[in-house]
Design a protein around this ligand. Structure first.
Ligand SMILES: [Zn+2]
Length: 408
C-alpha cells in the first residue's frame, strides 16, 4: 500500500513538473454555482476608447512557508515586464510565430503596473509579503483569505490581485473569470513559475503562466475550448483537437484542423511550454478589452489611479461613486469642455485655486502633466494632448477633486 502511494505521488509530481497544469477549468467547475454577476452600474462613467492603452494596477501577495517561496522583488518585477511585453505584442519571441499565423498576432494594448497606492490611499509598492503555515495550497481559494492562511484581496474593482504561493502538484496557476464572486476575484500562480528570473521550473521559466492566467481573468478560454474539437468562442483561433504540451513543430495538424496550418499551439491559451508560446490573436484582444467597456465586469478599472504614486495621500482614493459625485458637483470647473487647445480652470463654491496643484491624467490613469502654484483663474495650454478623455485633478492637502475633460 505504501509503495502504491509513493508511486502515485511520484507520477503526479513528475506530471505536474513536465507539463502545464492550469487549474482554471477545475476551479470554475468547482465554483460555478457561486458565480455572481459583478455589476458596477456604470459608475466608472465612461467607455473604453478604441486602442487606448488600458493600464491595470497589480498587487502581488507573496505567501511563503519557507525562504524559497519568499521570491524577490526583482523576480516579481520581471513578471510585470513579461505581462507588459506579451499584452503589448512586444515579446521578442513573437518573431517565432509561424508566418501563417503572423497576421493574426495582436497588440492587446493592455499594460500592468505594481500598484503605487494601497486601498487606504498611502504610497505602496504593490507587493505584500506574508508568512503562512500552509505548506501546500489547493485550488480552493484559501490563499485569498486571512482566516484560511492566505491574505485578503485589495479592492478587486481597482486592483488585479495575484497570489503567489506553493500549490505543489495541485496546479501551476488558476484564475477567476470576470463576474466571479468579488472577494475571490484574481489570479493564483505557483511561486516557481512566476517571473523570468530566480529559481524556476525549466518549462515554465519565462513568465507565461501569469500571461495565460491573467488572460483567463480577462475572459479568455483555452484555445481548444476544453473539449475535443471544442470552440473557445474566438473567431480567429483555429479549431484544434485538444491541448498541446511541450513544444510542437509547425504545422501540427489533427483531424479537427480546418486547414493545413493546423493548431495555433504558440497561442498563450494553449498548454505549451513558456518558450513555445508567443501570441494573442485580434479576436482574443477584442474579447479581453470588452471586459473594460461601459457595462463590462471590469469597467471599474477605468477609474483606477493606483499606477501613479503622485496620487498617494493620507486619504483614501475616491471610489467609483465619489468620482461621479465630484464630477457633478466639483469645487472647480473647466471651460470650454470639450476643449481644443486651451482650457480655463476656475474655482467654484468659494474654493480658491490660488497656489493649488493641478494634475492631468489620461483616462487610464497615467499622469500627463502637472501645473503647480495656480492663480485664481488659470488658462492652461493643452494643445499637446491627443484627443480623448482626461481627468483633471486638484490636490489640496488631504482632499482631491476630479473633473473629466474631453480634449477634441
Ligand atoms: Zn488555463
Amino acid at each position: 500500500m505504501r509503495f502504491i502511494f509513493l508511486f502515485t505521488f511520484l507520477v503526479t509530481t513528475v506530471f505536474a513538473f513536465a507539463q502545464r497544469n492550469c487549474g482554471s477549468t477545475l476551479y470554475n467547475s468547482r465554483f460555478a454555482n457561486e458565480m455572481v454577476t459583478q455589476q458596477n452600474n456604470s459608475t466608472s462613467s465612461r467607455d473604453t476608447i478604441v486602442d487606448e492603452i488600458l493600464t491595470i494596477p497589480v498587487v502581488v501577495h507573496v505567501l511563503y512557508n519557507n525562504n524559497a517561496q519568499n521570491i524577490s522583488d526583482a523576480q516579481i518585477r520581471s513578471q510585470i515586464d513579461v505581462l507588459n511585453e506579451d499584452f503589448r505584442g512586444m515579446n521578442a519571441d513573437g518573431s517565432n510565430t509561424p508566418d501563417a499565423f503572423k497576421a493574426h498576432a495582436a497588440d492587446a494594448k493592455i499594460m500592468f503596473c505594481l500598484a503605487q497606492i494601497n486601498p487606504e490611499g498611502y504610497a505602496a509598492k504593490g507587493i505584500v509579503r506574508k508568512y503562512t503555515s500552509t505548506t501546500t495550497f489547493e485550488v480552493n481559494d484559501a490563499m485569498k483569505f486571512n482566516a484560511a492562511g492566505g491574505d485578503n484581496a485589495w479592492n478587486p474593482k481597482k486592483y488585479l490581485n495575484i497570489w503567489v504561493c506553493n500549490m505543489g502538484s495541485n496546479a501551476i496557476g488558476y484564475a477567476s473569470q470576470p463576474g466571479a464572486q468579488i472577494d475571490r476575484d484574481g489570479v493564483v500562480i505557483q511561486y516557481n513559475a512566476f517571473g523570468r528570473i530566480g529559481s524556476l521550473m525549466s518549462n515554465f521559466n519565462k513568465g507565461r503562466t501569469a500571461t495565460h492566467e491573467v488572460a483567463h481573468w480577462l475572459g479568455l478560454r483555452h484555445i481548444w475550448g476544453d473539449n475535443e474539437c471544442g470552440n473557445d468562442g474566438i473567431n480567429d483561433t483555429p479549431q484544434q483537437s485538444f491541448y498541446n504540451n511541450n513544444c510542437p513543430s509547425f504545422p501540427s495538424v489533427s483531424s479537427c484542423s480546418v486547414d493545413a496550418n493546423g493548431d495555433m499551439f504558440m497561442n498563450f491559451m494553449d498548454y505549451t511550454n513558456d518558450a513555445c508560446m508567443n501570441m494573442f490573436t485580434h479576436g482574443q484582444k477584442t474579447k479581453m478589452r470588452g471586459q473594460f467597456a461601459i457595462n463590462g465586469p471590469r469597467n471599474s478599472f477605468m477609474n483606477s489611479f493606483a499606477c501613479d504614486s503622485s496620487m498617494a495621500t493620507a486619504a483614501p482614493l475616491p471610489d467609483d461613486t465619489s468620482v461621479t459625485v465630484k464630477t457633478i458637483a466639483p469645487s472647480f470647473n473647466i471651460y470650454p469642455n470639450p476643449a481644443n487647445n486651451e482650457m480655463n480652470v476656475v474655482g467654484l463654491n468659494g474654493f480658491d485655486l490660488k497656489g493649488q496643484l493641478l494634475k492631468v491624467y489620461s483616462a487610464s490613469g497615467i499622469l500627463q502633466f502637472t501645473k503647480s502654484n495656480l492663480s485664481s483663474s488659470e488658462k492652461i495650454n493643452i494643445s499637446h494632448l491627443n484627443s480623448g478623455v482626461y481627468f483633471v485633478a486638484i490636490i489640496s492637502g488631504k482632499d482631491r477633486k476630479i473633473v473629466k475633460l474631453i480634449k477634441q
